[in-house]
Design a protein. Structure first.
Length: 434
């Protein structure tokens, strides 16, 4: 499998033609890319085959922020005027500063098709009744998902966030079959229902379709929420700057496959060197996206910072992936790369001795962390001896993640819960004891 391995051989001619058209459009309409490509002596004719895209420079989030600071509100990279934009979304990234994403009518149709393909791959059909437990504001997982659900013809109940009581009411009133949310909210809502004296399994949901953060692919975390709901978990992966959902997991598959390949060309790179990697089983890297049919924000070789692992191949040879975390979130302890989501999965394996909730406690912002890795962990409903539990957690983290750890046990309910994305790290003065 070569570096263009996300594209089936039968589709490569069509994708190459689309990529050439898009690059020509970008060069003609985007001052940002005209300048960037010109500085590298590149143009659309430089693309003889898909592998040649690797000669083009990367686009990073910081470059987009600077582009918008130089030419507000949409930036120098925008290739369509605001008069052609029908909707604006926002991507906050890790700094919290909004990055505006303009969507034209054609872009909206592309997003609808891409997102609907991902939802269909996860099993959503016309007969489903879906509770949407995510915001419908500027979050790209909101209105575009609504458009896709309506395109499929399923029934959508847009509960949103901060409204678990309404989610309960909806599930009492309708034969809900699907919850669509972040993994954090799927767990949060299960806890909310139990605190309300209800068993999540009694609602008869068949699928939990999750995304927006790592978690859906963590084995212990996934098994926990599947047990709580008595429903199968599938996950999707997208990017606010490119498209809401581009990869999706078919029920029973061992990972997510590219479902948005008609609209986005995907590369896998070594995050340290930028070298393009073949998406073969066992390979890990960072996803890079290039739009194939985008008018307003036609990003080229956009570094997502999503770190993924190729878990295998689907029945037709398509690569399957799991997202293990964002390179922005990665910590380095004694030279070992550690993703907080992987730490959470270790903690989750000891449920019900732990509640599964944890936070890595940093003395200063990462990525480098002086050992040991310190974390607060909630003890669970059946913790047993706390000293034994603490030592067991430290041993498991050392053995599975190859880093020393210092665990501080805290009471259930004392760590942050979120109805969107749960923070797995915090910077504070390190606490001791417990």
């Amino acid at each position: 499998m070569d570096a263009a391995g996300f594209v089936p051989a039968s589709d490569r001619g069509r994708v190459l033609a689309a990529l050439r058209r898009q690059l020509g459009y970008v060069l003609a309409r985007s001052p940002f890319y005209a300048s960037l490509f010109g500085a590298h002596g590149l143009g659309a004719p430089a693309l003889a085959d898909l592998g040649d895209l690797g000669r083009f420079p990367f686009t990073t989030k910081s470059m987009l922020r600077q582009s918008q600071a130089d030419a507000p509100p949409l930036g120098r990279h925008a290739a369509a005027p605001l008069s052609e934009v029908i909707r604006v979304h926002a991507s906050t990234g890790t700094t919290g500063t909004p990055s505006w994403v303009g969507v034209t009518a054609a872009d909206s149709r592309s997003w609808t098709a891409t997102t609907a393909a991902a939802l269909r791959a996860q099993g959503l059909c016309r007969d489903d009744v879906l509770v949407h437990g995510a915001g419908l504001t500027m979050f790209v997982g909101g209105l575009p998902v609504r458009d896709a659900v309506e395109d499929i013809g399923a029934t959508m109940i847009p509960v949103g966030t901060g409204a678990s009581a309404k989610a309960l009411l909806a599930m009492d009133s309708f034969d809900v079959t699907v919850l669509h949310s972040t993994p954090s909210y799927a767990r949060y809502l299960a806890e909310y229902l139990r605190e309300s004296g209800r068993d999540p399994k009694d609602f008869g949901l068949r699928r939990l379709m999750v995304g927006g953060e790592p978690g859906g692919g963590e084995p212990a975390f996934r098994e926990h929420i599947e047990r709580e709901w008595g429903a199968r978990v599938t996950e999707g992966l997208g990017n606010a700057d490119m498209a809401p959902i581009l990869f999706a997991e078919r029920p029973g598959a061992a990972g997510m496959r590219l479902t948005g390949g008609d609209h986005v060309f995907v590369e896998l790179i070594d995050p340290d060197t930028g070298t393009v990697l073949p998406p073969e089983p066992g390979v890990s890297g960072e996803l890079v996206y290039t739009a194939l049919a985008r008018e307003c924000c036609p990003l080229v070789r956009f570094r997502t910072r999503d770190r993924v692992h190729v878990t295998g191949l689907d029945s037709d040879g398509a690569p399957l992936i799991r997202c293990v975390g964002r390179t922005d979130d990665m910590l380095i302890v004694l030279g070992v790369n550690v993703f907080p989501a992987a730490v959470r999965d270790v903690v989750q394996t000891l449920h019900p001795r732990t509640s599964g909730a944890m936070q890595v406690v940093l003395e200063r912002a990462g990525p480098r962390v002086e050992p040991p890795l310190r974390l607060d962990v909630e003890w669970g409903a059946a913790p047993g001896d706390h000293d034994t539990l603490r030592r067991l957690l430290e041993s498991l983290i050392r053995n599975r993640l190859s880093v020393p750890a210092e665990v501080n046990l805290v009471p259930p309910g004392s760590l942050e819960r979120s109805e969107m994305k749960t923070r797995l790290t915090r910077v504070s003065r390190v606490s001791t004891g417990g």
